[in-house]
Design a protein around this ligand. Structure first.
Ligand code: OFO
Length: 176
């Protein structure tokens, strides 16, 4: 049995994952519009992953017999100053999600909620991987530069990263 406080906190995490899915979808649309097809594919896949993260919480809450709430998701921004600024915002959002997961684990520890703690461990590993991925993309953007001449190369880099991630998922190496 999980506490009302934990139930409410998990519902807030649902909202955070849902917002990430919408934010990344909006970024995919912006990239597509800017002719950055590799970045668009990458952000579409990230958006789908975030939806899967949200659904995991719905399923967990159902399993432990508490009510999950479908949230109202705030409208994400429609445009971004540059590819670099967009990826900086992705990284910042991932850091926010990580902090929230860690706070949930703190609550689970305080409440001796071993089941939720165990459930959340998957997210700890996922967030570590996601932050490392975004950091590596930002490092490459810093190396290549993000002027108009370099955008093509950034897009190719992100396209290659996306294909590698998709292949790893298909091989069962990474879960959504
Ligand atoms: Fe689900 O927020 Fe990152 O991956």
């Amino acid at each position: 049995m999980i506490s009302d406080k934990m139930r409410d906190s998990l519902n807030r995490q649902i909202e955070l994952e849902g917002y990430a899915s919408f934010l990344y979808l909006s970024m995919a649309v912006w990239c597509d519009d800017a002719g950055l097809s590799g970045c668009a594919q990458f952000m579409h896949r990230q958006s789908a992953e975030e939806r899967a993260h949200m659904l995991r919480i719905f399923h967990y809450m159902s399993e432990v017999g508490v009510r999950a709430i479908v949230p109202a998701i705030p409208k994400p921004p429609e445009s971004f100053d540059s590819a670099r600024s967009m990826f900086e915002q992705v990284f910042a959002h991932e850091q926010k999600v990580t902090k929230s997961i860690h706070e949930l684990i703190g609550l689970a520890n305080a409440e001796n909620d071993f089941s939720t703690n165990h459930f959340l461990q998957w997210y700890v590993a996922e967030q570590r991987e996601e932050e490392a991925l975004m950091r590596s993309i930002l490092d490459r953007i810093k190396l290549i530069g993000d002027g108009p001449m370099q955008l093509y190369y950034i897009d190719k880099e992100v396209e290659a990263i996306n294909q590698a991630e998709a292949a790893a998922e298909a091989a069962g190496g990474a879960e959504a």
